[in-house]
Ligand binder design. Structure first.
Ligand SMILES: NC(=O)c1ccc[n+]([C@@H]2O[C@H](COP(=O)([O-])OP(=O)(O)OC[C@H]3O[C@@H](n4cnc5c(N)ncnc54)[C@H](O)[C@@H]3O)[C@@H](O)[C@H]2O)c1
Length: 298
C-alpha cells in the first residue's frame, strides 16, 4: 500500500522529534517544517521555514500531504506575557496559515497541540473537556483562538490538550519544562528554585506517550474532538523535586521564591475521554520517565 505522508510542523522541537520517530516506526512518510536548522538524526524530508510564511504552500505543491501534526508554536506562558505579538504570530497566525493551506490542498486530518493552560485555574478537578475555558496568559488565549480557527476551517481535526509534557531532550532554556529545568540544575549540582510554596500541582505526561497519542489520533477514524492528553495523576512541585532528588542523587534543599504571573495553581486532567475513544492508557510513570532521563546521562 502507498505510504501516507504526514507534515509535522515544529518537528525539530521536543514533542516533534518524538512524534517524527513514532510516525517513522509506524511506516509513514514524514515531512518536517521548522524554522530551526535540521537536527542531526532526524531521518526525513526537512524544510527550514517559518510556518507563517506564504512559501509554506510550496511544500504542499511538492508533496502530497495526507495529514498534519501541528506542533510549531511559542510554547511558553512567560514568553507570551513578555512578547504577546510574537506569541500571536507563532501560535495563532501560524495555525491560520497552516489550516488555510491545508484546506486548499485537501489534507485529510490535522492534529493540533493545545494545552491545559486553556482551563486556567480550574473550577473542579480533574478537569474534563467540558470545563469552560479561561485565560491567565496570552499563550492560553492564542491556543484557544487556534482551536476555534481549526474548528471553523472545515478540516477534519483532533485537538489534543496536553498536560505538562516532560522527557529526555527537552529544551531547558525556556520555562516550558519544570522537569527539564530541575533535572538540568540537579545534574550539575546547582541550586534549584521553586516558585511559591511548592504545593501547587501538575499532571506530568511523558513525551513518548504524547507522541504515541499523536499518531494513534491520526490513524483513528475519530475526528472533530477535543481530548485531554494526561495521566490524571497529581504531582506537586515539591514531590517532583523529591523524585528528581532521589533519582539524580542531588543533595541540596530547594530555594523557595515568589510565585509567577500566569502560573496555574492546580492542574490535573481527566483522561477518561482519551482512554475510552482510543483504548490507550499513558503508561510511563513519572519515576520511570525520570529514571530514563538519568540513564541517558551515562
Ligand atoms: N511541552 C509541553 O509541556 C506542552 C504542553 C502543552 C502543549 N504543548 C504544545 O506542544 C507543541 C510542541 O511543544 P514543544 O514542547 O515540543 O515545544 P518546542 O519549542 O520544543 O518545539 C516547537 C518547535 O516549533 C518551532 N517553531 C516555533 N514557531 C515556529 C514558526 N513560526 N515557524 C516554524 N517553526 C516554528 C520551533 O523552532 C521548535 O522547534 C507546542 O504547540 C506547545 O504549545 C507543549
Amino acid at each position: 500500500m502507498l505510504k501516507q505522508t504526514v507534515l509535522v510542523t515544529g518537528g525539530a522541537g521536543f514533542i516533534g522529534r518524538y512524534s517524527v520517530k513514532e510516525l517513522l516506526d509506524n511506516n509513514f512518510n514524514v515531512v518536517v517544517v521548522d524554522r530551526k536548522e535540521k537536527p542531526q538524526h532526524l531521518d526525513c524530508q526537512y524544510f527550514q521555514m517559518d510556518v507563517t510564511s506564504h512559501e509554506l504552500a510550496e511544500i504542499f505543491k511538492k508533496n502530497k500531504i495526507d495529514y498534519i501534526i501541528h506542533l510549531a508554536a511559542l510554547p511558553s506562558v512567560a514568553d507570551s506575557i513578555k512578547m504577546p505579538l510574537i506569541d500571536c504570530r507563532d501560535n495563532y497566525q501560524a495555525t491560520v496559515n497552516v489550516c488555510t493551506i491545508a484546506k486548499l490542498y485537501n489534507v485529510k486530518k490535522i492534529i493540533f497541540s493545545s494545552t491545559a493552560a486553556v482551563y486556567a485555574n480550574p473550577q473542579y478537578l480533574p478537569v474534563d473537556e467540558k470545563h469552560p475555558v479561561s485565560f491567565l496568559s496570552p499563550y492560553a488565549i492564542t491556543k484557544s483562538a487556534s482551536e476555534h480557527f481549526i474548528q471553523y476551517s472545515g478540516l477534519d481535526y483532533i485537538i489534543f490538550r496536553y498536560a505538562n509534557v516532560y522527557g529526555a531532550g527537552q529544551d531547558t532554556s525556556g520555562e516550558a519544562g519544570v522537569v527539564a529545568k530541575f533535572f538540568a540544575l540537579m545534574s550539575q549540582g546547582l541550586p534549584v528554585k521553586i516558585h511559591g510554596n511548592g504545593i501547587q500541582y501538575r499532571d506530568f505526561i511523558n513525551v513518548k506517550d504524547v507522541a504515541k497519542v499523536n499518531v494513534i489520533g491520526l490513524q483513528s477514524d475519530i475526528e472533530g474532538e477535543i481530548i485531554n492528553v494526561s495521566t490524571n495523576t497529581r504531582t506537586s512541585i515539591n514531590e517532583l523535586f523529591e523524585v528528581l532528588k532521589e533519582e539524580t542523587g542531588y543533595i541540596l534543599a530547594p530555594e523557595h521564591t515568589s510565585s509567577r504571573e500566569g502560573d496555574i495553581e492546580k492542574s490535573v486532567l481527566s483522561n477518561n475521554k482519551l482512554i475510552s475513544l482510543f483504548n490507550f492508557v499513558p503508561s510511563i510513570t513519572l519515576r520511570s520517565g525520570i529514571k530514563e532521563m538519568v540513564n541517558g546521562l551515562h
